[in-house]
Design a protein around this ligand. Structure first.
Ligand code: AHM
Ligand code: MG
Length: 334
């Protein structure tokens, strides 16, 4: 018997605090947790079960899919489609939304997810993750369309990610702080190990893919240049840099020890406002970061207040330690 609080116990106790809660949402989260355990197992076994490598297919965004992108998408859908909590799902790996099949009851929630974020890292055994976002289905809608998913991030009722790293962790918010759970493989349970995660307001660590530097806008050029000048520059301090190329790992580092993460607007491809997707990556991570006391912004606006115009919309992302994000946002105003 473990002595810690399992994620199931934690969610049920949270639900008890909400008057009128039916248990529907608790049950939905349990299905998400199950999916993350299955994905953790697949990622962990890797080459032993032949799941690494490229699938020779492209997703709607024109990106070559990994075998695990497709497998984990299937796992997430199968775990969440049957129980009657969802009206539909939207996945980074699906062209269109995924309606709940006719043989299953439909529920009152919508879920958007990225089944395997950072999948360019999978073949080199670097951390990857799953990101998800839950909103209520608009009132009176039984058969949601794409348009029904276009709800601002401020309306999310829950956001979370699973990080498949040296340990598998699940980090969750339902709008009441951020809590982290570590998977104990011996008992198959996520145990609360990181209660009430908060992001330090100050940091001396930034994360950005510097190979895009020539495409950045002036405010980001200025910010990074000042960090690089260190003690001798206008910031008067030395900065450290990290880039994992797995957003889940970067956000987790920031939740643990602070930092600023940027995938900013650039002019590499004028048809794309940024690289990261609003619905599957930016919104859920913004809710987690804000709930942990950080800021999440495009440089021009708060990400969660954006009115989405497409389920696969891309946005610039600047998130993390409050005081540092405020400096970058300030440079955008200048
Ligand atoms: P993906 O969903 O196709 O994996 O792309 C998202 C990932 C993020 O996890 C990460 O921050 C970024 O792409 C890395 O991009 P780059 O390879 O340009 O550094
Ligand atoms: Mg992704």
């Amino acid at each position: 018997m473990h002595n810690g609080v399992s994620v199931t116990q934690f969610i049920i106790e949270e639900q008890r605090r909400l008057p009128g809660a039916t248990g529907d949402f608790t049950s939905l989260l349990n299905d998400v947790v199950s999916a993350c355990k299955v994905i953790s197992n697949l990622v962990n076994k890797g080459s032993l079960i032949g799941v690494l490598g490229t699938a020779d297919t492209e997703n709607v965004q024109g990106e070559t899919q990994k075998k695990l992108d497709i497998i984990t998408n299937e796992v997430f859908i199968k775990s969440n489609e049957w129980a009657g909590h969802l009206a539909a799902m939207a996945s980074e790996e699906e062209d269109d939304i995924y309606p709940i099949p006719a043989q299953y009851p439909k529920g009152k929630y919508l879920m958007s997810f990225d089944p395997l974020d950072g999948s360019s890292n999978i073949d080199v055994n670097i951390s990857v993750g799953t990101i998800f976002s839950i909103t209520k289905c608009p009132e009176g809608i039984d058969n949601p369309t794409k348009e029904d998913f276009l709800i601002p991030g401020t309306e999310q009722v829950c956001a979370g990610y699973a990080l498949y790293g040296p340990s598998t962790m699940l980090v969750l918010t339902t709008g009441n702080g951020v809590n982290g759970f570590t998977l104990d493989r011996d008992i198959g349970e996520f145990i609360l190990t990181h209660p009430n995660m908060t992001i330090p307001a100050d940091t001396r660590e930034f994360a950005i893919n510097a190979s895009n530097q020539r495409f950045w806008e002036a405010p980001v050029q200025r910010y990074v240049d000042e960090c690089l000048q260190g003690k001798e520059g206008p910031r008067g301090d030395n900065f450290n840099m990290r880039w994992v190329a797995s957003m889940v790992a970067e956000v987790h580092r920031i939740l643990t020890r602070g930092g600023i993460f940027m995938y900013p607007k650039d002019n590499k491809d004028p048809s794309k406002a940024g690289k990261l997707r609003l619905m599957y990556e930016a919104n859920p991570m913004s809710m987690i970061v804000e709930q942990a006391g950080g800021i999440s912004h495009t440089g021009y606006e708060r990400i969660m207040e954006m009115q989405p115009n497409d389920i696969h919309q891309r946005v610039p992302v600047i998130l993390g330690s409050k005081n540092e994000v405020e400096i970058v946002v300030g440079y955008h105003k200048d």
